[in-house]
Ligand binder design. Structure first.
Ligand code: DAH
Length: 337
Protein backbone atom coordinates (compact mmCIF):
# COMPACT_ATOMS: atom_id res chain seq x y z
CA UNK A 1 0.00 0.00 0.00
CA UNK A 2 2.79 2.37 0.94
CA UNK A 3 4.46 1.68 -2.34
CA UNK A 4 1.28 2.40 -4.23
CA UNK A 5 0.85 5.71 -2.45
CA UNK A 6 4.43 6.78 -3.08
CA UNK A 7 4.00 5.93 -6.76
CA UNK A 8 0.90 8.15 -6.88
CA UNK A 9 2.90 11.00 -5.36
CA UNK A 10 5.76 10.53 -7.76
CA UNK A 11 3.55 10.35 -10.86
CA UNK A 12 1.45 13.27 -9.70
CA UNK A 13 4.46 15.49 -9.12
CA UNK A 14 5.87 14.68 -12.51
CA UNK A 15 2.63 15.44 -14.32
CA UNK A 16 2.11 18.64 -12.36
CA UNK A 17 5.54 19.94 -13.14
CA UNK A 18 5.10 19.17 -16.84
CA UNK A 19 1.71 20.84 -17.21
CA UNK A 20 1.48 23.99 -19.27
CA UNK A 21 -1.63 25.78 -18.11
CA UNK A 22 -4.09 26.20 -15.28
CA UNK A 23 -6.75 24.17 -17.04
CA UNK A 24 -4.49 21.12 -17.15
CA UNK A 25 -3.60 21.57 -13.48
CA UNK A 26 -7.23 21.65 -12.42
CA UNK A 27 -7.77 18.43 -14.31
CA UNK A 28 -4.81 16.83 -12.54
CA UNK A 29 -6.16 18.02 -9.23
CA UNK A 30 -9.38 16.16 -9.83
CA UNK A 31 -7.56 13.04 -11.08
CA UNK A 32 -5.14 12.87 -8.14
CA UNK A 33 -7.04 14.21 -5.17
CA UNK A 34 -10.63 14.66 -6.40
CA UNK A 35 -13.58 12.64 -5.15
CA UNK A 36 -13.03 9.80 -7.65
CA UNK A 37 -9.26 9.73 -7.19
CA UNK A 38 -7.26 6.73 -6.03
CA UNK A 39 -6.36 8.54 -2.81
CA UNK A 40 -9.97 9.22 -1.92
CA UNK A 41 -10.80 5.60 -2.59
CA UNK A 42 -7.99 4.48 -0.26
CA UNK A 43 -9.26 6.83 2.43
CA UNK A 44 -12.78 5.55 2.06
CA UNK A 45 -11.62 1.95 2.41
CA UNK A 46 -9.56 2.66 5.47
CA UNK A 47 -12.13 1.07 7.74
CA UNK A 48 -11.15 -2.32 6.37
CA UNK A 49 -7.56 -1.96 7.62
CA UNK A 50 -6.11 -2.95 10.97
CA UNK A 51 -5.49 -0.25 13.55
CA UNK A 52 -1.76 -0.38 12.89
CA UNK A 53 -2.22 -0.08 9.13
CA UNK A 54 -4.78 2.67 9.55
CA UNK A 55 -2.25 4.80 11.39
CA UNK A 56 0.44 4.44 8.77
CA UNK A 57 -1.74 4.62 5.67
CA UNK A 58 -3.89 7.41 7.14
CA UNK A 59 -1.00 9.73 7.81
CA UNK A 60 0.71 8.88 4.53
CA UNK A 61 -2.42 9.56 2.43
CA UNK A 62 -2.91 12.86 4.20
CA UNK A 63 0.69 13.81 3.64
CA UNK A 64 0.54 12.90 -0.03
CA UNK A 65 -2.75 14.70 -0.56
CA UNK A 66 -1.37 17.87 1.05
CA UNK A 67 1.83 17.65 -0.88
CA UNK A 68 0.07 17.27 -4.23
CA UNK A 69 -2.22 20.14 -3.37
CA UNK A 70 0.78 22.30 -2.52
CA UNK A 71 2.53 21.39 -5.78
CA UNK A 72 -0.55 22.28 -7.82
CA UNK A 73 -0.90 25.66 -6.09
CA UNK A 74 2.78 26.43 -6.59
CA UNK A 75 2.61 25.52 -10.27
CA UNK A 76 -0.47 27.69 -10.83
CA UNK A 77 1.38 30.58 -9.19
CA UNK A 78 4.40 29.98 -11.39
CA UNK A 79 2.34 29.88 -14.59
CA UNK A 80 0.40 33.05 -13.81
CA UNK A 81 3.52 34.99 -12.87
CA UNK A 82 4.97 34.01 -16.24
CA UNK A 83 1.91 35.42 -17.94
CA UNK A 84 2.13 38.66 -15.93
CA UNK A 85 5.80 39.15 -16.59
CA UNK A 86 5.24 38.58 -20.30
CA UNK A 87 2.49 41.19 -20.35
CA UNK A 88 4.21 43.78 -18.19
CA UNK A 89 5.48 46.83 -19.99
CA UNK A 90 9.20 47.22 -19.48
CA UNK A 91 10.06 50.92 -19.38
CA UNK A 92 13.75 50.24 -19.67
CA UNK A 93 13.57 48.48 -23.03
CA UNK A 94 14.79 50.51 -26.01
CA UNK A 95 12.10 51.78 -28.39
CA UNK A 96 11.95 49.48 -31.37
CA UNK A 97 8.75 50.64 -33.05
CA UNK A 98 8.16 54.12 -34.46
CA UNK A 99 6.90 57.01 -32.32
CA UNK A 100 3.24 57.57 -31.64
CA UNK A 101 1.48 60.34 -33.52
CA UNK A 102 -1.45 62.69 -33.19
CA UNK A 103 -4.41 62.17 -35.45
CA UNK A 104 -4.76 64.68 -38.32
CA UNK A 105 -7.96 65.96 -36.69
CA UNK A 106 -6.21 66.60 -33.37
CA UNK A 107 -3.42 68.47 -35.13
CA UNK A 108 -5.88 70.73 -36.95
CA UNK A 109 -7.97 71.20 -33.79
CA UNK A 110 -4.87 72.30 -31.86
CA UNK A 111 -3.90 74.73 -34.61
CA UNK A 112 -7.34 76.32 -34.71
CA UNK A 113 -7.48 76.48 -30.90
CA UNK A 114 -4.07 78.21 -30.79
CA UNK A 115 -5.19 80.83 -33.29
CA UNK A 116 -8.43 81.46 -31.41
CA UNK A 117 -6.65 81.65 -28.06
CA UNK A 118 -4.41 84.41 -29.43
CA UNK A 119 -7.56 86.31 -30.33
CA UNK A 120 -8.87 86.13 -26.78
CA UNK A 121 -11.14 83.10 -27.10
CA UNK A 122 -11.24 80.68 -24.19
CA UNK A 123 -11.30 77.00 -25.06
CA UNK A 124 -14.23 75.18 -23.50
CA UNK A 125 -15.83 71.79 -23.86
CA UNK A 126 -19.19 70.14 -23.33
CA UNK A 127 -20.47 66.59 -22.98
CA UNK A 128 -20.78 64.35 -26.04
CA UNK A 129 -24.01 62.97 -24.58
CA UNK A 130 -26.12 66.10 -24.43
CA UNK A 131 -29.63 66.90 -23.28
CA UNK A 132 -32.28 67.54 -25.88
CA UNK A 133 -32.84 71.06 -24.57
CA UNK A 134 -29.27 72.26 -25.16
CA UNK A 135 -28.78 70.38 -28.41
CA UNK A 136 -32.02 71.71 -29.89
CA UNK A 137 -34.52 73.82 -27.98
CA UNK A 138 -32.12 76.36 -26.50
CA UNK A 139 -30.80 76.82 -30.05
CA UNK A 140 -34.24 77.76 -31.29
CA UNK A 141 -34.97 74.31 -32.71
CA UNK A 142 -38.25 73.36 -31.06
CA UNK A 143 -39.55 69.78 -30.94
CA UNK A 144 -41.45 69.91 -34.22
CA UNK A 145 -39.05 72.23 -36.06
CA UNK A 146 -38.25 70.93 -39.56
CA UNK A 147 -34.59 71.82 -39.00
CA UNK A 148 -34.36 68.70 -36.83
CA UNK A 149 -34.59 66.67 -40.03
CA UNK A 150 -31.25 68.10 -41.13
CA UNK A 151 -29.56 66.24 -38.29
CA UNK A 152 -30.44 62.56 -38.10
CA UNK A 153 -29.97 62.08 -34.38
CA UNK A 154 -28.91 59.22 -32.12
CA UNK A 155 -31.15 59.14 -29.05
CA UNK A 156 -30.48 57.29 -25.82
CA UNK A 157 -33.13 55.64 -23.63
CA UNK A 158 -32.99 58.55 -21.18
CA UNK A 159 -34.02 61.02 -23.89
CA UNK A 160 -30.46 62.27 -24.21
CA UNK A 161 -28.81 62.75 -27.58
CA UNK A 162 -25.33 62.15 -28.89
CA UNK A 163 -24.76 65.80 -29.73
CA UNK A 164 -25.29 66.46 -33.40
CA UNK A 165 -23.06 69.54 -33.39
CA UNK A 166 -20.84 71.53 -31.04
CA UNK A 167 -23.42 74.33 -30.86
CA UNK A 168 -24.86 73.17 -27.48
CA UNK A 169 -21.56 74.33 -25.97
CA UNK A 170 -22.72 77.87 -26.88
CA UNK A 171 -25.67 77.34 -24.55
CA UNK A 172 -23.58 75.87 -21.74
CA UNK A 173 -21.10 78.75 -21.98
CA UNK A 174 -23.78 81.44 -21.91
CA UNK A 175 -25.37 79.77 -18.89
CA UNK A 176 -22.04 79.48 -17.10
CA UNK A 177 -20.25 82.70 -17.96
CA UNK A 178 -22.90 85.16 -19.14
CA UNK A 179 -21.84 88.12 -21.31
CA UNK A 180 -19.47 89.36 -22.66
CA UNK A 181 -18.13 86.09 -23.96
CA UNK A 182 -15.61 84.72 -26.43
CA UNK A 183 -15.43 80.92 -26.56
CA UNK A 184 -14.20 78.19 -28.85
CA UNK A 185 -15.30 74.61 -28.39
CA UNK A 186 -13.65 71.85 -30.39
CA UNK A 187 -15.23 68.42 -30.13
CA UNK A 188 -16.74 65.25 -31.46
CA UNK A 189 -20.26 65.14 -32.91
CA UNK A 190 -22.51 62.34 -34.11
CA UNK A 191 -25.17 61.89 -36.75
CA UNK A 192 -26.79 58.81 -38.14
CA UNK A 193 -25.24 58.61 -41.59
CA UNK A 194 -24.80 55.84 -44.11
CA UNK A 195 -21.05 55.54 -44.22
CA UNK A 196 -19.10 56.18 -47.40
CA UNK A 197 -15.93 57.99 -48.41
CA UNK A 198 -17.38 61.38 -47.49
CA UNK A 199 -19.90 60.50 -44.74
CA UNK A 200 -19.14 59.40 -41.20
CA UNK A 201 -21.39 59.07 -38.17
CA UNK A 202 -18.65 60.57 -35.98
CA UNK A 203 -16.96 63.82 -36.96
CA UNK A 204 -15.37 66.89 -35.43
CA UNK A 205 -16.27 70.56 -35.35
CA UNK A 206 -15.05 73.63 -33.56
CA UNK A 207 -17.70 76.05 -32.39
CA UNK A 208 -16.90 79.72 -31.98
CA UNK A 209 -18.98 82.39 -30.29
CA UNK A 210 -18.51 86.06 -29.53
CA UNK A 211 -20.95 88.10 -27.46
CA UNK A 212 -20.43 91.74 -26.67
CA UNK A 213 -22.04 95.15 -26.95
CA UNK A 214 -22.68 96.37 -30.50
CA UNK A 215 -21.26 93.36 -32.33
CA UNK A 216 -21.94 93.58 -36.06
CA UNK A 217 -21.60 91.54 -39.22
CA UNK A 218 -18.41 93.42 -40.09
CA UNK A 219 -16.93 92.18 -36.79
CA UNK A 220 -17.89 88.67 -37.84
CA UNK A 221 -16.19 89.07 -41.23
CA UNK A 222 -13.10 90.66 -39.71
CA UNK A 223 -12.64 87.94 -37.09
CA UNK A 224 -13.29 85.13 -39.55
CA UNK A 225 -10.79 86.55 -42.04
CA UNK A 226 -8.16 86.80 -39.34
CA UNK A 227 -8.75 83.28 -38.14
CA UNK A 228 -8.52 81.91 -41.67
CA UNK A 229 -5.45 83.98 -42.46
CA UNK A 230 -3.65 82.48 -39.47
CA UNK A 231 -4.79 78.97 -40.27
CA UNK A 232 -3.95 79.07 -43.98
CA UNK A 233 -0.91 81.29 -43.47
CA UNK A 234 -1.97 83.65 -46.24
CA UNK A 235 -4.56 86.33 -46.90
CA UNK A 236 -7.86 84.78 -47.79
CA UNK A 237 -10.74 86.40 -49.56
CA UNK A 238 -14.11 85.48 -48.14
CA UNK A 239 -17.69 85.86 -49.23
CA UNK A 240 -20.93 85.30 -47.37
CA UNK A 241 -23.95 83.61 -48.85
CA UNK A 242 -27.26 83.38 -47.06
CA UNK A 243 -27.66 80.14 -45.12
CA UNK A 244 -30.36 78.98 -42.76
CA UNK A 245 -29.70 77.86 -39.18
CA UNK A 246 -32.41 78.51 -36.60
CA UNK A 247 -29.96 79.83 -34.01
CA UNK A 248 -28.56 82.65 -36.15
CA UNK A 249 -30.26 85.55 -37.87
CA UNK A 250 -29.07 86.39 -40.42
CA UNK A 251 -27.28 83.11 -41.11
CA UNK A 252 -24.51 82.64 -43.66
CA UNK A 253 -22.36 80.16 -45.42
CA UNK A 254 -18.84 81.52 -45.49
CA UNK A 255 -16.79 80.62 -48.57
CA UNK A 256 -13.11 81.25 -49.13
CA UNK A 257 -11.58 81.97 -52.49
CA UNK A 258 -9.99 78.73 -53.65
CA UNK A 259 -6.37 78.73 -52.51
CA UNK A 260 -5.37 76.27 -55.17
CA UNK A 261 -6.50 78.15 -58.29
CA UNK A 262 -6.81 81.60 -56.71
CA UNK A 263 -10.43 81.83 -57.79
CA UNK A 264 -9.89 80.89 -61.42
CA UNK A 265 -11.65 77.55 -61.13
CA UNK A 266 -10.15 74.10 -60.65
CA UNK A 267 -11.27 70.58 -59.76
CA UNK A 268 -10.94 71.26 -56.02
CA UNK A 269 -13.46 74.11 -56.11
CA UNK A 270 -15.55 72.43 -58.78
CA UNK A 271 -14.67 75.31 -61.10
CA UNK A 272 -16.55 77.81 -58.97
CA UNK A 273 -13.46 79.55 -57.61
CA UNK A 274 -14.86 79.29 -54.06
CA UNK A 275 -14.78 76.67 -51.32
CA UNK A 276 -17.56 76.42 -48.77
CA UNK A 277 -15.87 76.57 -45.42
CA UNK A 278 -18.03 77.32 -42.45
CA UNK A 279 -21.56 78.26 -41.55
CA UNK A 280 -21.93 81.27 -39.30
CA UNK A 281 -24.23 84.13 -38.43
CA UNK A 282 -25.42 86.71 -35.96
CA UNK A 283 -26.75 84.96 -32.85
CA UNK A 284 -30.53 84.94 -32.83
CA UNK A 285 -31.80 87.29 -30.04
CA UNK A 286 -34.08 84.49 -28.83
CA UNK A 287 -31.06 82.22 -28.30
CA UNK A 288 -29.40 84.90 -26.18
CA UNK A 289 -32.59 85.46 -24.17
CA UNK A 290 -33.18 81.75 -23.50
CA UNK A 291 -29.74 81.44 -21.93
CA UNK A 292 -30.18 84.50 -19.75
CA UNK A 293 -28.38 87.17 -21.80
CA UNK A 294 -30.00 90.60 -22.15
CA UNK A 295 -30.49 90.87 -25.92
CA UNK A 296 -31.28 94.57 -25.71
CA UNK A 297 -27.72 95.18 -24.55
CA UNK A 298 -25.74 92.34 -26.11
CA UNK A 299 -25.43 90.83 -29.57
CA UNK A 300 -22.96 88.42 -31.06
CA UNK A 301 -21.94 86.04 -33.77
CA UNK A 302 -21.16 82.34 -33.96
CA UNK A 303 -19.55 79.95 -36.37
CA UNK A 304 -18.99 76.23 -36.75
CA UNK A 305 -15.87 75.03 -38.52
CA UNK A 306 -15.81 71.43 -39.72
CA UNK A 307 -12.53 70.12 -38.33
CA UNK A 308 -12.82 66.77 -40.05
CA UNK A 309 -13.21 68.52 -43.40
CA UNK A 310 -10.25 70.78 -42.64
CA UNK A 311 -8.02 67.85 -41.73
CA UNK A 312 -9.03 66.08 -44.93
CA UNK A 313 -8.20 69.19 -46.96
CA UNK A 314 -4.89 69.76 -45.23
CA UNK A 315 -3.67 66.17 -45.50
CA UNK A 316 -5.43 65.42 -48.80
CA UNK A 317 -7.35 62.52 -47.27
CA UNK A 318 -9.98 61.28 -49.65
CA UNK A 319 -11.78 58.75 -47.45
CA UNK A 320 -13.28 60.13 -44.24
CA UNK A 321 -13.58 56.64 -42.71
CA UNK A 322 -9.84 56.44 -42.40
CA UNK A 323 -9.85 59.09 -39.68
CA UNK A 324 -11.71 56.91 -37.20
CA UNK A 325 -10.22 53.61 -38.28
CA UNK A 326 -7.44 53.53 -35.68
CA UNK A 327 -5.15 51.99 -38.26
CA UNK A 328 -1.63 53.17 -37.49
CA UNK A 329 -0.60 52.72 -41.13
CA UNK A 330 -3.01 55.47 -42.13
CA UNK A 331 -1.15 57.95 -39.94
CA UNK A 332 2.22 56.79 -41.13
CA UNK A 333 1.41 57.34 -44.79
CA UNK A 334 1.03 61.06 -44.10
CA UNK A 335 4.32 61.19 -42.24
CA UNK A 336 2.59 62.70 -39.23
CA UNK A 337 4.74 62.27 -36.12
N1 DAH B 1 -24.22 73.72 -35.79
C1 DAH B 1 -24.38 73.82 -37.22
C2 DAH B 1 -24.31 72.44 -37.84
O1 DAH B 1 -23.57 71.63 -37.40
C3 DAH B 1 -23.31 74.69 -37.82
C4 DAH B 1 -23.38 76.13 -37.41
C5 DAH B 1 -24.11 77.02 -38.18
C6 DAH B 1 -22.74 76.57 -36.26
C7 DAH B 1 -24.20 78.34 -37.84
C8 DAH B 1 -22.82 77.93 -35.90
C9 DAH B 1 -23.55 78.81 -36.71
O2 DAH B 1 -22.24 78.40 -34.80
O3 DAH B 1 -23.63 80.09 -36.36
O4 DAH B 1 -25.01 72.20 -38.78
Amino acid sequence: MEEKLNKILEDGKKEISNSKDEQALLKLKSIYIGKDSEITKIMKNMKELSIEEKKIVGSLTNKIKNELEKCIKAKIGELSSNVISKKTFDHTLPVTDSKGSLSPVTIVANEVADVLKKMGFIIVSGPEMEDEYRNFEALNVSKDHPARDMQDTYWTDEAKVLRTHTSPVQVRSMEKYGAPLRIAAPGRCFRNEDLDASHENTFFQVEGMVIDKEVSISNLIYVMKNILKEIYKSDVEVRLRPGFFPFVEPGFELDIKCLICNGNGCSRCKNSGWIELCPCGMIHPEVLRMSGIDNTVYSGFAFGIGLTRMAMMKYKINDIRMLNSGDIRSLKQFGIE
